[in-house]
Ligand binder design. Structure first.
Ligand SMILES: [Zn+2]
Length: 217
């Protein structure tokens, strides 16, 4: 996340940060981003994060300190069924099945488009209904086909998700080493054959949808 700030044309326009759960690969940069928003760019700053990030849960300590939460003008807890308005966005969340038990799947919705984030989770049919009507799905797929690992979604389940939700576009991201060391082109071709959605494998520094607005896509 913090490197993306170097790539942004106008990092001073950043006004909020959203994080699904407290594992370091999802929450590590939230505090420096809050400092950037509030100290460097002098915005009030908003943070949307799950309970574990904000308060800690079970043996996982909170990932966003009270100091950093107090820097923000707005701190919102993402939990099952929560729905917040921020500027022209509606942010909705549902609880997923992951080692941080409070992990949240997300929908970001504008008047034009509905973008779903299938975040870290074990696959479950129960999770699909929440994403109904999404135009774009971001799938956190850590493992290649037939190499499942508990608490995450592997490529074998991507067709089940995409056939049900039927988005125009699906972006696959959050690759673990087993995926990066697999034949990624072949993984994509396999998925292309299973579903109608346009499939994009995410790359570092990728912008989506580039310099167009979501409504243009
Ligand atoms: Zn995680």
């Amino acid at each position: 996340m913090i490197y993306s700030q170097e790539e942004l044309e106008a990092p001073e326009d950043t006004e909020a940060v959203i994080t699904s759960h407290a594992h370091p690969d999802h929450s590590n940069d939230v505090q420096p981003i809050i400092e950037m928003i509030t100290h460097c760019h002098d915005h009030p700053g908003a943070v949307f994060a799950n309970e574990t990030c904000l308060s800690g849960y079970s043996d996982v300590e909170k990932a966003i300190s009270s100091y950093h939460q107090n820097l923000c003008s707005r701190v919102e807890r993402l939990e099952e069924g929560s729905e917040y308005e921020f500027k022209d966005l509606t942010i909705k969340s549902q609880q997923m099945f992951h080692a941080d038990p409070k992990t949240q799947g997300l929908i970001l919705e504008t008047d034009d488009k509905k973008v779903g984030f299938w975040t870290d989770t074990e696959y479950s049919e129960e999770l699909l209904e929440f994403y109904e009507g999404c135009d774009i799905m971001i799938l956190y797929i850590s493992r290649p086909r037939d190499k499942p690992v508990s608490g995450h979604t592997c490529m074998s389940k991507a067709p089940d998700i995409l056939e049900e939700i039927d988005p125009n576009t699906a972006i696959i991201t959050h690759f673990g080493y087993a995926f990066l060391e697999s034949d990624m082109g072949e993984q994509k071709e396999w998925l292309d054959e299973q579903v109608d959605s346009k499939i994009i494998l995410a790359e570092d520094d990728m912008e989506f949808p580039g310099n167009r607005t979501l409504g243009d896509f």
